[in-house]
Design a protein around this ligand. Structure first.
Ligand SMILES: Cc1ncc(COP(=O)(O)OP(=O)(O)O)c(N)n1
Ligand SMILES: Cc1ncsc1CCOP(=O)(O)O
Ligand SMILES: [Mg+2]
Length: 312
């Protein structure tokens, strides 16, 4: 039970930020509602922390993200010596995101990765790279090691001479062996990697992209200092069962403000009409599957969508 002073502070946070985070997230075809979450058990006793923990849960942030935000709100309050309910935490130092060892960072990749095609086969990878998609990923789901090796090698070959950067999803050893541009891993994949395996990826010189679905996962991703961070799912997607609700553009905007030190990729349910509002958040790349693979004319879609996003 919150005491009335803390409840009043929490109400002020909710009041100030509900139009941004708490309201029904828009998009006619992709309407998403973020529902209030139970407030998790408190880890500390300061007023700013307790009020923020309650308010962020009310605003629909899952327990680990509400905890992360509440800790950041407390640090912001101590640093600025005032509890400003209007100032949503967005300073990396308040999330423990400052001061990492640059020697441990994965190799840099451009901030503007441009259109990012996430594709099921080497054939699709080659086709989209030839159509001008600047960043492509082979997302080949198989447990057959021989098939994986073949597909990864074929994808590396397929992008040769096109200028496209090729990331390989999941199959990091095959990606290293074949000499891809980079590897993409999810949070569970990252958790499953032993220190020696992560060191092997780092030593290979390949870039590393990591999926995130909220504040706590961004902080975890930062611990390995990847080459880019993917943020999603922004909108509902039929292609992957997501453990968390779609994030929507308001949260995406807040993530981008916080994670400026990384190249950022938005993913999940993004179609051509949504490109302008996604790009307005400041991400350097939009990753899509269906917008390419299910398009009536995938080559024309590749050219059309690529033209939307600057590349560096
Ligand atoms: C650019 C990009 N972002 C996120 C994902 C999802 O990766 P992951 O969480 O590993 O899930 P699977 O794609 O393996 O199902 C991605 N592939 N690419
Ligand atoms: C692989 C993946 N990871 C998060 S959303 C997603 C699928 C994105 O596909 P689409 O762009 O068709 O929604
Ligand atoms: Mg994966």
């Amino acid at each position: 039970m919150l005491n009335s002073d803390i409840q009043a502070l929490a109400d002020r946070i909710v009041h100030h930020h509900s139009a941004t985070f708490g309201a029904r997230l828009h998009h006619d075809a992709n309407s998403v509602e973020l529902v209030p979450q139970p407030t998790p058990p408190a880890q500390r006793s300061e007023a700013a922390y307790l009020a923020a923990l309650h308010a962020c849960s009310q605003l629909g942030f899952i327990a680990v993200d509400a905890e992360c935000l509440a800790q950041a709100w407390q640090r912001q309050t101590e640093r600025t010596q005032q509890f400003d309910v209007t100032h949503w935490p967005d300073d990396p130092q308040d999330f423990g995101l400052a001061g990492a060892d640059p020697a441990q960072a994965f190799p840099a990749c451009p901030r503007q990765l441009g259109l990012y095609g996430v594709l099921p086969t080497a054939e699709w990878v080659g086709r989209m790279a030839r159509a001008g998609v600047p960043t492509v990923q082979l997302r080949f789901k198989s447990d057959d090691q021989a098939a994986i090796q073949r597909e990864v090698q074929a994808a590396v070959k397929a992008v040769q001479g096109t200028g496209a950067r090729l990331f390989i999803n999941d199959h990091w050893q095959a990606a290293i062996d074949a000499g891809a541009y980079g590897i993409h891993v999810g949070q569970e994949d990252l958790d499953a990697l032993e220190g020696a395996q992560l060191n092997a990826i780092r030593a290979s010189g390949l870039r590393l992209g990591v999926s995130t679905h909220g504040y706590a996962e961004m902080v975890r991703a930062h611990a390995v200092q990847p080459s880019y961070i993917a943020l999603g799912a922004v909108f509902p997607t039929t292609l992957k069962r997501m453990a968390t609700a779609p994030q929507g553009t308001a949260r995406l905007q807040a993530y981008v403000r916080l994670m400026q030190q990384y190249p950022l990729v938005a993913i999940g349910g993004i179609s051509a009409e949504q490109f302008p509002e996604i790009l307005a958040t400041g991400v350097g790349s939009i990753a899509v599957v269906r917008a390419l693979v299910n398009a009536p004319d995938p080559d024309a879609a590749a050219q059309h969508l690529s033209a939307f996003i600057p590349v560096s």
